[in-house]
Design a protein around this ligand. Structure first.
Ligand SMILES: NC(=O)c1ccc[n+]([C@@H]2O[C@H](COP(=O)([O-])OP(=O)(O)OC[C@H]3O[C@@H](n4cnc5c(N)ncnc54)[C@H](OP(=O)(O)O)[C@@H]3O)[C@@H](O)[C@H]2O)c1
Length: 244
């Protein structure tokens, strides 16, 4: 069993990852900005969990989370960075501030996560990190300019970091989810028109569930994925790979 840091742990995908890893017997450091939700998760899980309130846009907050995990459980075996956003807006209506905010929330936060965990994993000479991009970084989808660009940044960051990390035996991969039912995507999935249009884009005929992403994450964090690094793996009901 090992210790994993899950950022965005109170969210749809993050909480599904937490449940799955906890069921597998791992020790968890759960990180998000919401102290109340973190406290409720801690009381649900009981043992083998610490919670850290913080913002992934702050390098210091993430370093603190890594130090807290080490102090409680010993060295980390890996991390899943389930922090991000979805912004759908025409280019003409997107402000430079909104564009930068997408970049901060997705690309900069992933950079901060890697900077915080890599020294620990390098010292341990092993471990696995999973970051999250989106179908919007794999295929051009209208009105996804800001988020597509921020998520493409996550992909470039992950591939370069994975190359640098090979000498330490550390693996870094990216999952690219299609539309997945979480609080983040509720503004799309709760709307009949946009939900129908999105459904039509996913060849398997359903939207994603948090556990679809959590199961792929648990695999990439495990030694079963020991020969996989630097990959971007779509978990998207076939959206980017096939046409019916
Ligand atoms: N759902 C989808 O359809 C979809 C599609 C493609 C990609 N993704 C990606 O999948 C990942 C997980 O998304 P999700 O759908 O699970 O989102 P979610 O339900 O909104 O969960 C994200 C969690 O992260 C926390 N968080 C947000 N910003 C943070 C920050 N700066 N620092 C610390 N915690 C922060 C949020 O809680 P607090 O606000 O309380 O901190 C929230 O609990 C993201 O990278 C997202 O872009 C999702």
């Amino acid at each position: 069993m090992g210790t994993f840091l899950i950022t965005g742990a109170t969210g749809g995908i993050g909480s599904a990852i937490a449940r799955r890893l906890h069921d597998q017997g791992h020790q968890l450091a759960l990180f998000s900005r919401n102290a109340e939700k973190l406290a409720s998760m801690k009381s649900t899980f009981g043992e083998r969990v610490i919670t850290i309130e913080g913002d992934a846009q702050s390098p210091d907050n993430l370093s603190h989370a890594v130090a807290a995990a080490k102090e409680t459980f010993g060295e980390l075996m890996g991390a899943a960075h389930a922090v991000g956003s979805i912004m759908l807006k025409p280019l003409s209506a997107t402000t430079a501030e909104e564009f930068e905010q997408q970049w901060r929330q997705n690309t900069l936060s992933a950079f901060n996560l890697l900077k915080a965990v890599m020294p620990v994993l390098q010292r341990a000479r092993g471990g696995s990190v999973v970051l999250y991009s989106s179908v919007a970084s794999e295929v051009g989808i209208g009105n996804h300019e800001a988020i597509g660009s921020a998520k493409a940044g996550v992909v470039g960051l992950a591939r370069a970091a994975a190359a640098s990390a090979t000498r330490y035996g550390v693996r870094i991969n990216v999952l690219a989810p299609g539309l997945t039912r979480t609080p983040l995507s509720a503004f799309i999935t709760d709307n009949e028109l946009s939900s129908k249009a999105s459904l039509a884009m996913h060849p398997l005929g359903r939207l994603g569930e948090p556990d679809d992403i959590a199961s792929a994450t648990a695999f990439l964090l495990s030694s079963d994925a020991g020969w996989i690094t630097g990959q971007v793996i779509p978990v998207d009901g076939g959206l980017t790979g096939i046409r019916k």
